[in-house]
Design a protein around this ligand. Structure first.
Ligand code: Z15
Length: 830
């Protein structure tokens, strides 16, 4: 039943499907057809969810012919493709993007109106697929959008988690996680292909044997297996008639489990075994950049990578392809270390299954992978205990040891007698337990290793991977991150888009550097006025949303000061809340009067990893500060804190376009790049930020006058660390800082309880790796500059326009071009 297609033909099947007519009538006809035949309801009896699904299917139908065409061409053309391997894709809602890509937004709006339906209401129905944690997953989503728009032959591979990133709620100001049931109403965007399932093995042992040619071989005798079922998603390019594929794998029990159900007397146990298999793709691990080393997580990684490699070889290359030439056809881009188990997997396939010799297999493998590192935090580098890895993937552990032996031989050749270096570089760590360093494995195997911003790549070369850069300087390169202008400018900020297109034409959507043409508009009072109107419109839109979504009331006429990103000590939400507390403290203690405060609303959005205590305590503190500050009449309504729960892509699309000030305040040398920083600048917010990640490049481009820089530089951080960081001294010597911290400890934010936030205050005072106190003074001074500038609305707007006009560089289209030339050595189709 599941066999390959028997290649039936018919003259009418030469063009796969017809694209529906690109007109309001054509659209309505298609929409009603879907409503009747797929949802099985009439228009008058349909629910909003019926209508949403029928609309999604309608839009799909418009893209379908293009998708089939793209797929057919990419198999036929035999050009080199990129397979992006990522454990996360933080896609955001699909409908708006698909409407935009198919040029259907206006038609759909009008057609639906004729049916008595509001398009926005259907759009609001969609639950976003939150299959990622933060920056890394969102970057993958931006990249596949750009690859489709730029006609690059490519496929994204990942995991179809049944539960994506948890839904955050607040109970008494504390974060409480709820499961993300994004599939509960069905997902009209996915195409399951159970017939293309791949069997994935785990556990067991290996054994040596002699093959028919008398060669010594090894085979893996696995103990259990699961089925990987692919689900395809369309990745439509912007108005270019191309639709690429994102292929996400879902785990199901194999027939072996079914048989057990029939044969075993213990039926309940057999069913549990089925559940066990399906656990693999059940839930996204909610830690961003702090891996937990859980066995199930390694299962997830191997599961999707092994399925993807097998899939590419079988489905794209076909049976008679000579795998010696694999690197002519594919480059596997490793999104962080999560998919690095693919390296020994490809070696295993080539050696054990295809009969390659070791050297032959390594020759191929070492040309097929490139590695992107996304962090500098040592705790974020994945390490798998050999005990665990060997139990789950015994053959892979053998192969890793063999790769390591040959690699260390090379190190010894280059650095004779330097056994300390050999120990540092080994793929195998010995302490605190024997474990596989995945970043080292990736570095050994990769043709190229890249960081995600200039500073980050430099620090990789100089610090984190210095030994590898000494050995292979030519492997290292940089590709600065980018964001897709389709979702984060064209869709999220349609008012600004309208103004841009009216001024310079619509070319900027796919050629973002053309925003430069707007530079002169910064000096045009009429344009500035229009720009301010757009911002005001976006603020009103956000106000309406937050009222309905969270019951939050945003005051009118405030500066909107926004910090949205995962909650992490290194990102320093604590510094932002200390600023708020300090402003509050100065007013209630009479040091300043309320009318000296620039009317400002500080908006936070942040999820904390469920097990990350300090991060959760920070959320608690922010919420408690918000409830006290927001109610205190002494502030005269001039300072507000808003913390809408469950920050996600959907909320980002409304928040970012409304922002005046973008908070990018990580400790220098800790944020690899950041990508929110780019989205804010492109939407005309000014940045207050440290010299970290891509902030460095943003500031270079927009110019010092249009960026609020503060804090230590990375070398200064290093120097302070070396000499010894004593936060108590900052506390003692800075009365403003002391007063803010003391106010927390007074219990004013915790109903009089003085100890509620001790975990936080003592962390800042006694063992803060991220040196919040050291940058406090400089941050406060920079915020003063912010206030001064904001007081001159013309100057502010001028800077905002220049921020937008000068940051076209941060399009993910440019990032993809850089990957193509510096890493992949591929060119777009046509
Ligand atoms: C993650 O979101 C990032 C790095 C990681 O190592 C993990 Cl596990 C998750 C982020 C970086 O923190 C951020 O600076 C960067 O912009 C983003 O990846 C995309 O490169």
């Amino acid at each position: 039943v599941l066999g390959p297609a028997n290649k039936p033909t018919h003259p009418m099947a030469l063009a796969p499907v017809a694209t529906p007519r690109h007109s309001v009538d054509g659209f309505v006809q298609e929409f009603l057809h879907e409503l009747n035949t797929t949802q099985g309801v009439t228009l008058s009896a349909s629910t909003i969810n019926d209508q949403y699904k029928a609309l999604a299917l309608t839009v799909r139908n418009y893209l379908m012919a293009r998708w089939l065409e793209t797929t057919r061409n990419s198999i036929k053309s035999k050009s080199k493709a990129v397979a992006y391997l990522s454990a996360e894709y933080l896609l955001g809602r699909q409908l708006g993007n698909a409407l935009l890509a198919a040029d259907l937004a206006d038609i759909a709006q009008e057609g639906l109106k004729q049916c008595g339906i509001e398009l926005w209401q259907l759009r609001a129905q969609e639950v976003e697929p939150g299959l990622g944690n933060g920056g890394l997953g969102r970057l993958a989503a931006c990249f596949i959008d750009s690859l489709a728009t730029m006609n690059v032959p490519s496929v994204g591979y990942g995991i179809r988690y049944e539960y994506g990133i948890f839904r955050q709620t607040f109970v008494d100001g504390r974060q409480v996680e709820q499961p993300d049931t994004w599939l509960s109403l069905g997902s009209p965007w996915e195409f399951p292909h159970p017939e293309a399932a791949v069997t994935i093995n785990f556990g067991g042992t290996t054994e040596k044997y002699t093959d028919e040619d008398g060669r010594e071989r090894t085979r893996w005798l696995p103990e259990w297996d699961v089925q990987a079922i692919p689900y395809n998603y369309m990745v439509p390019g912007y108005l270019n008639g191309r639709v690429n594929t994102l292929r996400l794998w879902s785990a199901e029990a194999t027939r072996a489990f079914d048989l057990q159900i029939f044969n075993s007397g213990d039926y309940a146990r057999a069913v549990r075994a089925q559940t066990f298999a399906e656990n693999i793709s059940k839930v996204l691990y909610p830690e961003d950049s702090t891996p937990q080393g859980k066995e199930l997580r390694l299962q997830q990684q191997y599961f999707f990578v092994a399925a993807s490699i097998r899939d590419f070889i079988n489905q794209v290359l076909g049976e008679d392809f000579d795998l010696h030439n694999l690197s002519d056809r594919i480059i596997f881009q490793l999104n962080d270390t999560h998919p690095v188990i693919g390296v020994p997997e490809l070696m295993r396939v080539l050696i054990d299954e295809e009969g390659f010799g070791w050297d032959e297999a390594w020759e191929v493998t070492s040309k097929c992978f490139a590695y992107t590192c996304h962090t500098l935090l040592p705790e974020a580098l994945e390490v798998w205990p050999t005990e665990l890895l060997g139990r789950l993937l015994p053959r892979h552990l053998e192969i890793i040891y063999a790769i390591n032996d040959r690699f260390l031989e090379q190190v010894r050749d280059r650095f004779p007698g330097d056994e300390v270096r050999v120990g540092r570089m080994s793929i195998i760590a010995e302490y605190p337990e024997r474990a596989v360093r995945m970043a080292h494995l990736a570095s050994v195997a990769a043709t190229k290793i890249n960081g995600v911003a200039e500073l980050h790549s430099q620090l990789l070369r100089d610090k984190v991977l210095k030994d590898f850069a000494d050995l292979w300087p030519e492997k290292f390169t940089n590709v600065t991150n980018g964001v897709t202008p389709r979702r984060f400018l064209r869709m999220a900020n349609y008012k600004l888009s309208g103004l841009l297109t009216e001024t310079i034409g619509s070319g900027w959507v796919t050629d973002l550097e053309r925003l430069r043409e707007l530079e002169p508009c910064a000096d045009d009072p009429e344009f500035r006025e229009k720009f301010r109107e757009v911002k005001a419109f976006n603020k009103r839109r956000l106000t309406n949303l937050l009222r309905a979504r969270d019951g939050i009331d945003l005051p009118e006429g405030h500066m909107l000061d926004v910090m949205v990103k995962r909650l992490h000590e290194y990102k320093r939400q604590s510094l932002k809340i200390l600023h708020v507390i300090s402003l509050y403290e100065q007013v209630i203690s009479g040091k300043i009067s309320a009318d000296e405060i620039t009317p400002r609303t500080v908006v936070f959005g942040a999820k904390a990893a469920p097990g990350y205590r300090l991060a959760k305590d920070t959320i608690h503190l922010i919420n408690k500060v918000a409830s006290v500050v927001n109610e205190d009449k002494r502030l005269d309504g001039r300072l507000k804190v808003a913390f809408p729960a469950n920050y996600n892509v959907t909320l980002a699309e409304k928040l970012i376009p409304a922002a005046d000030l973008s908070e990018q305040i990580s400790l220098a040398g800790k944020e690899a790049s950041g990508t929110g920083n780019m989205k804010f600048a492109l939407n005309g917010a000014l940045t207050i930020g440290t010299d970290d990640g891509a902030n460095v490049e943003i500031r270079e481009l927009v110019g010092d006058d249009h960026f609020f820089l503060f804090g230590m530089t990375e070398p200064e951080v290093e120097a302070l660390q070396a000499k010894g960081y004593h936060p108590g001294e900052y506390y003692q010597n800075n009365p403003q800082l002391k007063a803010a911290v003391d106010l927390i400890q007074s219990g004013i934010f915790s109903g009089g309880d003085r100890g509620t936030f001790d975990s936080l205050t003592s962390s800042w005072l006694y063992h803060d790796r991220f040196m919040v106190f050291a940058d406090f003074d400089s941050y406060i001074a920079a915020q003063k500059k912010v206030e001064e500038k904001y007081a001159d609305q013309d100057a502010w707007t001028r800077s905002a326009i220049l921020n937008m006009a000068r940051t076209g560089y941060f399009s993910s289209d440019r990032s993809m071009r850089d990957y193509m030339t510096r890493i992949w050595n591929i060119t777009p189709d046509f």
